[in-house]
Ligand binder design. Structure first.
Ligand code: GLU
Length: 670
């Protein structure tokens, strides 16, 4: 469980005692297809200039840096002579988040060589070029108890134990070289540059120094050749290994590379995708078990992040899905890990509760709210006949609003809610608008659930899912709707259809099928004017004129004069209101949809103000229009008929207002 102390409510204790490098010496207390894994996208990486941020987080890193500056334990690596030139006092800390924010303090711009931190990335490159299954035959994934530079192979398998020790890393580099001898180094540099988000280059002096002094690594490469792990002469592969280790990076570069791993292979600053999720999972797993030399077990126990360190003084750690951390400080402990690097990561892990196994159970329900169709209806206005059929059935509509990441645990919860809602004849609407991620396994479950419901005579409709990847069977029009409103309308239509199928001839459904015959009387009898005495109705209808509209045509537009009243004779007409959005064109939202016998355009007709909304014909249709001048004529010639019309319109408006008010109140309460 997460501890309850936060770095901010206990400012003096969170970063631990002043003795800076406590426990840094290891005595701590505590068959794939190649294509599937192919690199999806490498561009010539641009130089990213995301600003270094100044904030509370920055301040926290700075406190950390100041606190650990007093730590002078450890020695700068000198077995590669050029590395001994590093300034032991250099110290930089950088954090890069999954959404591309970078916090950097200290010597974050100083270039040093990546050394062993290149190993997991080279392994990722090899897997993407040759497939994971191929690489599994060349290098194992078991932690080794030996030193990182041990001249040994796993006696059981005859191959290097893992790609994080030199034997495994040299075998990996040899495979990358063999894949494309002419371009291996360019491929490597392009790949690393894409991970860091800026062009990287080899430090030639370190490379020369490493090549000249790397007798042990040369011995390892010959051992690999002898064991046929390397199929060609060992020198070119070994040379590529020396060059990959000599790539110059800054602490910021490493943090961005770590963040790219945290983002499943997408660089959060450039949006390049040098890796894919399947590869990053494997890389992080190997880093988790073998990344910190012989300190890997204690590291995972104390710090709990997949990580890799290098003898150049860098440490890179990943909080999967969240962020990357990099530290640069060249003094190393007996295991070859940066002393301050380890201490920094341990403190950050504790203070910020970043330990991988410190997972809090789901705090937020993945189902935000549930209610029935009685509490929220579509903006499609229903005729009296339709309403008579639909209203008693509305409770069969169940709406579920899901939220967050629907991983397995969350989806299991959603499925439970769906099952609960799946009473006889239910139409369940699952709103995915607030779902940030729907992994493939979860969407497959949803598809299966939808099939099960259908087989039981129920229906699952999804809405607001365009940002998610759904299986083709679910993303078909019949199951997926752009808005909750459209899904509610579809659910209502389904209930009406079902009741029409189930009902016998002569019930409400025959009234629903009635169509206007071409005289005002026929159409209006269904609606607004039906209750009027024949003589009054006639006085009104003879002043109406019929107008036809093709599907999709604009019937009226915002800001127009409002000189007409519309009485729908046939077809469907929708009113759209623009919803302003910050920095985006307004979205047109449906306010209402009307069908035969219903009136629109009445509000502005009476107020005399400009139209406030657009009206579009959803289908081919026609309306009876009452011009303002005709209405004024009616008022003159037949005040009784004008009064009767006004009374009907007032009743209609009253109903609309009452229903809108009720819906608003219910919706506000949901
Ligand atoms: N190039 C270094 C070597 O092979 C890398 C070692 C390391 O960073 O652990 O010795």
């Amino acid at each position: 469980m997460a501890s309850t102390t936060s770095p901010w409510n206990e400012p003096s204790s969170w970063h631990g005692p002043k003795v800076a490098c406590e426990q840094a010496n290891g005595s701590g207390t505590t068959q794939d297809h190649q294509k599937q894994f192919a690199i999806t996208h490498i561009t010539k990486a641009p130089i990213t200039s995301a600003p270094i941020r100044s904030s509370l987080i920055q301040q926290l890193l700075k406190e950390q840096l100041e606190d650990l500056r007093d730590c002078h334990e450890g020695e700068v690596a000198d077995y590669i002579p050029e590395l001994a030139k590093a300034n032991p006092e250099d110290f930089g800390i950088v954090m890069a988040t999954a959404d591309g924010r970078v916090y950097a303090v200290g010597d974050w711009e100083k270039t040093f060589t990546i050394q062993s931190i290149s190993k997991p990335f080279m392994y990722g490159l090899a897997m993407s070029l040759l497939s994971p299954s191929f690489m599994e035959k060349k290098v194992g994934v078991e932690p080794s108890g030996d030193a990182f530079n041990a001249i040994s192979l796993d006696p059981r398998t005859g191959i290097p134990r893992n790609p994080m020790i030199n034997a495994g890393a040299i075998a990996t580099a040899a495979q990358v070289w063999r894949h494309d001898p002419g371009r291996a180094e360019d491929l490597t540099l392009e790949f690393f540059s894409s991970l860091a988000g800026r062009p990287l280059a080899v430090n030639e002096s370190v490379y020369e120094s490493e090549r000249a002094s790397g007798h042990r690594n040369r011995a390892i490469s010959h051992l690999l050749r002898n064991a046929a792990v390397i199929e060609e002469e060992p020198e070119p592969g070994l040379d590529l290994y020396f060059r990959q280790c000599s790539i110059g990076v800054t602490c910021r570069d490493l943090a961005v590379m770590a963040a790219t791993l945290a983002c499943q292979g997408r660089n959060p600053l450039t949006q390049d995708e040098p890796l894919n999720p399947a590869l990053t999972t494997r890389m992080l797993a190997v880093m988790g078990s073998c990344g910190m030399y012989d300190y890997a077990g204690q590291w995972l126990y104390d710090v709990g992040m997949p990580a890799k360190s290098g003898v150049g003084g860098g440490v890179l750690a990943v909080v999967p899905g969240r962020l990357g951390i990099a530290v640069y400080s060249p003094r190393l402990d007996a295991f070859g890990n940066s002393v301050r690097g380890i201490a920094t990561c341990r403190r950050l892990s504790q203070a910020l509760e970043l330990h991988l196994f410190d997972q809090t159970p789901l705090q937020q329900s993945p189902v935000r709210s549930t209610y029935k169709g009685t509490e929220r209806r579509s903006r499609r206005w229903r005729s009296t006949a339709e309403a008579a059929v639909l209203d008693p059935l509305r409770s069969q509509i169940k709406v579920l609003h899901a939220q967050g990441v629907l991983d397995f645990a969350a989806l299991e919860n959603v499925l439970g809610s769906i099952e609960q809602a799946a009473t006889d004849g239910a139409v369940i609407i699952l709103d995915l608008g607030q779902v940030s991620e729907l992994p493939a396994a979860s969407s497959a479950f949803l598809k299966r659930q939808s099939e099960l419901l259908q087989a039981a005579g129920q229906q699952l409709l999804l809405c607001r899912s365009s940002h998610l990847e759904l299986p083709a069977a679910l993303s078909r029009e019949k199951f997926t709707y752009a808005s909750l409103d459209l899904a509610l309308e579809a659910a209502e239509d389904l209930l009406l259809e079902k009741s029409a199928c189930e009902g016998s001839a002569g019930n409400g459904s025959t009234a629903l099928a009635a169509a206007p015959k071409g005289t005002p009387t026929d159409a209006c009898l269904l609606g607004l004017l039906a209750p009027l005495a024949a003589n009054l109705r006639e006085a009104i209808t003879e002043r109406l004129e019929l107008r036809h509209y093709a599907a999709g045509s604009l019937v009226m537009a915002r800001q127009q004069e409002s000189d007409q009243l519309f009485l729908v004779a046939s077809g469907r007409f929708s009113i759209f209101l623009p919803i302003p959005r910050p920095e985006a064109p307004a979205r047109l939202a449906r306010m209402a949809t009307f069908s035969e016998g219903m009136v629109f355009g009445d509000a502005a007709f009476f107020s005399g103000e400009l139209r406030m909304a657009d009206v579009v014909a959803d289908t081919d249709g026609s309306c009876w229009l009452l011009q303002r001048s005709s209405f004024e004529g009616l008022q003159q010639d037949n005040p009784a008929a004008a009064m009767a019309l006004l009374t009907q319109l007032a009743i209609d408006l009253g109903r609309k207002v009452a229903l809108c008010g009720q819906q608003l109140t219910l919706v506000e309460d949901l």
